[in-house]
Design a protein around this ligand. Structure first.
Ligand SMILES: Cc1cc2nc3c(=O)[nH]c(=O)nc-3n(C[C@H](O)[C@H](O)[C@H](O)COP(=O)(O)OP(=O)(O)OC[C@H]3O[C@@H](n4cnc5c(N)ncnc54)[C@H](O)[C@@H]3O)c2cc1C
Ligand code: SF4
Length: 386
């Protein structure tokens, strides 16, 4: 493992200035980041510890929504009465993830940024397009039982691992970001041709020794320049937000790019809009063992049923896709129709018609259909999760 320097920041502007350094990476609970550094997949030379930032609140919003701070711990969000009451499937997804110890450390922002569990991504001796673009995909001819069947490409078919992202996507959650290099209107500072500021050879501006210019200006000791208040100088920052669904990118030809964010952009919060329908919701996780295991298939559903007809439906899948998968095809089939097993089976079949199975993971297609039917029956017919 290479040498790493460490900075603990207590102020947002300071965090953004430190985070803008191309060699740095944010550290929250460390349950993903430290592993990545240990196994040599992450190469950062500087960790910016953000745990002192005031971003751990769980706030109620007017109208019934919630704002979850990026540093709120998974265990705290799962235990919050307001989450359990208004969005039971969010609390359930959190409690079914990782282990109690991990959930006490792991943050909501870090959860959105966790890396795939593909064994070849984590084994630096093997080819992996996500870790090393253009090197190939060892999973294609190798072990891929847990891999995705939806949203895949020839470059990569690793499964997105987060549990809680699944109900959050079903609920149209919005993610909030801050960065040092954004203008007040929230757009990245760009040249007239729309590209990020770069030198003629296309590389980020760098000094002769290869360090970045104009981001985190450093003095001879390597620490960011600060004023008397300890706030980084010149760190004007902007904010933007986007639907959480858009925060996760399909692999396509660029599997190395998992999120549409710039280096140094900080997740500050995840907002869950009011959704009375979510009071009757369920997260079902199917896995090889009952605890401490990632999903083979999972489904989050919230539904309203009146006189046997579905009047509102939110459905998303985990464990089967390269991103948390909003099952819009199934939603369209179900909305306004009868809450019957036949309708659930037709919707599940329609959603999974687009799935592409490979030798070891094709079983997930049938498993996903059965999981969708099971979760719909429990919520729409038996009323679980209400
Ligand atoms: C053994 C094991 C089992 C697990 N099982 C599950 C499971 O079943 N379900 C599940 O959902 N998850 C599971 N996880 C993943 C776990 O939930 C994540 O590791 C955790 O949520 C990451 O949060 P963290 O605060 O520790 O992030 P860190 O490790 O600190 O950071 C992770 C990444 O996010 C970046 N980051 C962190 N915070 C921010 C921010 N605010 N803004 C921008 N970037 C940020 C970091 O730079 C880093 O790249 C498991 C993990 C382990 C180790
Ligand atoms: S599936 Fe994706 S992460 Fe796994 S080896 Fe292939 S390219 Fe890498």
């Amino acid at each position: 493992m290479h040498g790493i320097s460490y900075a603990r920041v207590a102020d947002l502007r300071e965090a953004l200035a430190e985070g803008a350094d191309p060699d740095s990476r944010f550290l929250a609970g460390g349950t993903t980041e430290v592993d990545m550094l240990r196994i040599g997949v992450a190469q950062e030379k500087r960790l910016v510890d953000i745990n002192d930032l005031p971003l751990n609140q769980i706030e109620e919003l007017p109208g019934g929504g919630l704002r979850l701070g990026a540093l709120a711990r998974m265990s705290d969000v799962a235990a919050a009465p307001v989450v359990r009451e208004r969005f039971p499937m969010v609390a359930q997804a959190l409690e079914l993830g990782a282990s109690a110890q991990l959930r006490n450390m792991a943050s909501m922002g870090g959860n959105m940024m966790q890396r795939v569990r593909c064994a070849y991504f984590r084994e630096t001796a093997m080819p992996c397009n996500k870790r090393e673009p253009g090197s190939g995909c060892a999973a294609e001819g190798g072990f891929h039982r847990g891999h995705a069947v939806l949203g895949t490409s020839e470059s990569c078919f690793a499964t997105h691992p987060s549990d809680v992202a699944v109900p959050l996507v079903a609920l149209d959650a919005v993610i909030h970001l801050s960065s040092a290099n954004r203008t007040a209107d929230g757009s990245a500072n760009r040249t007239a041709d729309g590209s990020a500021n770069r030198t003629a050879d296309g590389s980020a501006n760098r000094t002769a020794d290869g360090s970045a210019n104009g981001s985190a200006n450093r003095n001879a000791n390597g620490s960011a320049n600060r004023n008397a208040n300890g706030i980084a100088n010149g760190a004007a920052h902007g904010t933007r937000s986007m639907p959480l669904e858009d925060f996760f990118l399909l692999p396509g030809d660029t599997p190395e790019r998992e999120h549409p964010i710039e280096h140094g952009e900080l997740i500050t919060a995840i907002e869950v809009p009011a959704a009375p329908v979510a009071r009757r919701s369920l997260y079902l996780k199917v896995r090889d063992r009952e605890s401490y295991e990632f999903a083979l298939v999972s489904a989050a559903v919230a539904a309203a049923v009146e006189n046997g007809m579905i009047t509102d439906i939110r459905l998303a899948l985990g464990g089967v896709a390269t991103k948390p998968w909003r099952a819009r095809t199934a939603e369209r089939h179900l909305m306004g129709g009868p809450a019957t097993r036949e309708a659930f089976e037709a919707a599940a079949a329609a959603e999974m018609a687009q799935a592409v199975g490979r030798p070891q993971n094709a079983f997930k297609i049938e498993l996903a259909k059965r999981t969708i039917v099971r979760v719909l029956e429990r919520v729409c017919v038996r009323g679980s999760g209400s």
